[in-house]
Write a new protein. Sequence first.
Length: 106
Amino acid sequence: MAKIIFIEHNGTQRDVEVGPGGTVMQAALDNLVPGIVGDCGGACSCATCHTYVDPAWLARLPPMSEEERMLLEGSLSVEENSRLCCQLQITPALDGLVLRTPASQF
Ligand code: FES
């Protein structure tokens, strides 16, 4: 199990306990986390699963693929700590991951 901590734009925190095997985006949808849309179902083609990774976690995540990088480059409100959470596979190593959701995905 891994606990993923989502912090909404308004500061509301939601802790989600998930087993390994899925993606952080799917865990957010399954647990009705506001601010994550996931329009493309995780195909890395919509960027509506955009999140901001807590700086303490940036170096602990797997590197971004070129596909993810290119999609983020064309997205709104992107910061240095932006990641598409459909590209983050849940493993025990992500236990305690803190992600902030943007004000809007559109
Ligand atoms: Fe579409 Fe992540 S769900 S890019």
